[in-house]
Ligand binder design. Structure first.
Ligand SMILES: [Zn+2]
Length: 290
């Protein structure tokens, strides 16, 4: 899958830079050379950001539950409840609420974490398993995933805009169809335009989820719309994913302090009770076991 993604990126870069605008940097009028240079420069930046975001998402741990983590006030209580949970019982926390246990990992599972069979682990605020990045998307690589969508969208949009004249020329009577160049540019335009349109819808869906502090899994789970019980307000929900440093919002990385804060928040996510939970988790208002 990584090779397929690299092949799509390589196809676009070849069509835009090598076949279409790169040669224009060295020939024609000064204005034409400058225009070609700007097109190549901006497109190269977009491709670099796409690749950075992609490999950051592929290689970043999505947020596994730390080994030995438990939701109880002390280890003795955790050990006592562990036996109960291991044999299919329903352990209860010190506040009287049911606590979540993953029978596949044989470990405690924080609220909003889910077991990912792709990576064989429970992932904090799991969003989904993505075949394009060969990784689960969760708490710590959701920003990288969103930026991969964001930068890919703009790279595809720019490539489509830069190649549309060549695409139209492909259908004109004087087109040189004996050369491979028109075919490569034609295919690149179709691929870029298709990705651009589909990514736009995907981006809009994910930005709505980000602004509501909701994951894709939870979007399919919940049977009602807003107010979503975990929402902290649009601004705080955005910062929970992208961090509090505006200059780093478009960079696919988290500082060590951000990661520590995100992990702490996700491991202490409250088990919300009330009608929202009833709608979210079924008819049992005490159940937090998904
Ligand atoms: Zn698990």
């Amino acid at each position: 899958m990584i090779l397929i993604v690299l092949a799509f990126i390589g196809l676009s870069y070849y069509a835009v830079v090598w076949e279409s605008y790169g040669p224009g940097i060295f020939e024609g009028s000064a204005q034409s050379r400058f225009s070609s240079f700007v097109a190549v420069f901006i497109f190269t930046i977009l491709i670099a950001m796409t690749l950075w975001s992609y490999f950051a998402c592929v290689t970043t741990d999505p947020g596994k539950v730390p080994r030995g983590w438990h939701p109880f006030p002390n280890d003795e209580e955790a050990d006592a409840q562990f036996s109960l949970a291991s044999y299919g019982g329903h352990p209860v926390g010190s506040n009287g609420q049911r606590v979540r246990f993953c029978r596949k990992c044989k470990a405690w599972k924080p609220e909003r974490a889910h077991h990912d069979s792709g990576t064989g682990q429970c992932v904090l605020r799991m969003d989904h398993y993505c075949i394009w990045v060969l990784n689960c998307v969760g708490l710590l690589n959701y920003k990288m995933f969103l930026l991969f969508l964001f930068w890919t969208f703009w790279a595809c949009a720019l490539a489509s805009g830069l190649l549309i004249n060549s695409f139209i020329r492909f259908f004109q009577s004087d087109a040189d169809l004996n050369s491979a160049r028109p075919a490569i540019v034609f295919i690149a335009f179709v691929v870029d335009a298709a990705f651009c349109l589909s990514l736009l819808g995907f981006l809009i869906m994910h930005m709505r989820l980000v602004l509501n502090n909701c994951t894709t899994i939870e979007m399919f789970e919940k049977a009602r719309g807003p107010p979503w019980p975990y929402s902290l307000g649009s601004r705080q929900n955005f910062k929970a994913v992208f961090g509090s440093r505006p200059w780093a919002w478009l960079l696919p990385m988290h500082s060590a302090a951000e990661k520590a804060s995100m992990l702490d928040d996700a491991l202490h996510e409250p088990c919300l009770q009330g009608p929202e939970l009833t709608d979210l988790r079924g008819s049992d208002p005490m159940s937090c076991d998904v």
